[in-house]
Design a protein around this ligand. Structure first.
Ligand code: GLY
Ligand code: MN
Ligand code: MN
Length: 424
């Protein structure tokens, strides 16, 4: 778990980056109506969570920086017996004062009155431009009259790039649960008749281990369905002889995991599947080995494209000179996505890839990114040897950048052909 002192330190780091005579406001998420009086499952706003660790809705965090002095103020929902009867206990003002290491705690109802006071002597306003709450609109109206206003999400997202030991521990836990889920899927794929049966097996393991949510909607794509990158219907029958691409990861205490394994439904690869799989796996292993501080993500991207393009030429999927094909981006037809992305509180962690000057960030110890090369060949693509048509393969792991190199946090999730065939 993450201690209150760590959240306090994060707030202190953020405040240092804020201008003098500024007011900065961070809103929690608000409940979203699903229909009538029923709501979607609530999930806290990631930046608000990063700064507070608080999971209640309808809260606001304020940083007031005046004459070089800062105050951190938290507005929370007050206790309300009737509302709590329906939607559960609230921490309330009194308990929040004990828990959060902030200067002041008030009831949410006081926010607008207090805001008027805070505004005196303020020359700049910062808030998360992605907040669409009514309170954000009030703030935006104020901001328009200001000398300057800026997006508070930016400095927070920059901080989120580097994970603390406590955050890494939570990511490890999420991955450990996801490992159990993928291994379960490998064991039972032969007995399952539909994609959703496998999805149920996976998500059962998530929930059973207190990962109450997935980090993103599970993709359980058999055969040609794997060629739809964000296939989430998961409702088709499984056929022996097909591969099944499973991109599924749990969220554990607000930290994501993001793992893809592509396995044979029957437990045995065909020769053509083996050829494609071996190519993708070799690329994945090579790219992971390149990871170390000071390397750029675009270097990893470029190398993965070169290797996959060369591999495709070797297998007769593309024809011609590798360099010319790369230049014409011909490989993108079969490998159209990025090599990976930041991961943390969000599966696609809201963190920048470039600095303020537009220069690409170098990898640094403490960053976590996915590596996920793939190849996708549509069943109707007549330009490709028949044996490869209708096959989609992706292999994805979660990598921590360390002081000198990397640690593959999902190393324990099997992926060699030999291991996968044994797992039947
Ligand atoms: N699961 C989404 C992704 O791999 O980026
Ligand atoms: Mn991913
Ligand atoms: Mn994924």
């Amino acid at each position: 778990m993450i201690e209150e002192i760590e959240y306090k330190k994060r707030r202190e780091t953020l405040v240092k980056k804020l201008k003098n005579n500024s007011l900065s406001v961070l809103f929690s998420a608000v409940q979203q109506i699903r229909s009538n009086d029923t709501e979607f499952v609530f999930r806290q706003n990631s930046n608000f969570y990063y700064m507070t660790g608080f999971r209640e809705d309808n809260c606001t965090l304020v940083f007031l920086k005046k004459k070089g002095k800062t105050k951190t103020i938290l507005f929370v929902q007050k206790k309300d017996k009737l509302k709590e009867l329906w939607t559960g206990k609230r921490l309330g003002v009194k308990e929040s004062k004990k828990r959060f290491l902030v200067d002041k705690v008030y009831a949410q109802e006081d926010f607008e009155t207090m805001l008027k006071q805070y505004m005196q002597g303020i020359t700049s306003i910062n808030y998360d431009f992605n907040s669409y709450t009514d309170k954000a609109k009030v703030l935006h109206a104020y901001a328009k009259d200001m000398l300057s206003y800026s997006n508070l999400a930016k400095p927070i997202e920059q901080m989120r790039l580097l994970k603390s030991p406590a955050e890494i521990a939570l990511i490890r836990k999420a991955i450990a649960i996801t490992k159990e889920a993928h291994h379960k899927a490998m064991q039972v794929s032969k007995e399952c008749r539909y994609e959703y049966e496998l999805q149920a097996e996976i998500e059962y393991v998530f929930k059973k281990n207190a990962a109450f949510s997935d980090a993103y909607t599970s993709i359980v794509a058999s055969g040609n369905n794997a060629n739809t990158l964000h296939y989430i219907e998961n409702d088709k029958p499984l056929h022996h002889g097909d591969l099944i691409l499973i991109d599924a990861g749990c969220e554990y205490n607000y930290y994501a995991s993001d793992i893809t394994r592509t396995i044979p439904v029957s437990g045995k690869f065909t020769q053509a599947q083996k050829e494609l799989y071996t190519m993708v796996l070799e690329v994945e292993l090579t790219i992971i080995k390149m990871i170390k501080p000071n390397i750029k993500r675009t270097q990893l991207q470029k190398k993965s494209e070169e290797l996959l393009c060369a591999g495709m030429v070797k297998l007769g999927i593309l024809k011609g000179d590798v360099q010319k094909l790369l230049k014409k981006q011909k490989h993108k037809k079969y490998y159209p996505h990025g090599i990976g992305h930041w991961m943390g509180i969000d599966v696609h962690d809201q963190a920048p890839y470039k600095d303020e000057n537009g220069k690409e960030l170098l990898l640094q110890s403490g960053m976590v990114m996915t590596i996920e090369p793939g190849i996708y060949i549509d069943k109707d693509d007549r330009s490709v040897p028949k044996k490869y048509r209708g096959i989609g393969i992706r292999i994805e792991d979660d990598i921590l950048v360390t002081d000198k190199s990397y640690e593959n946090l999902s190393q324990g999730i099997v992926k060699t052909i030999k291991e996968l065939e044994k797992h039947e």
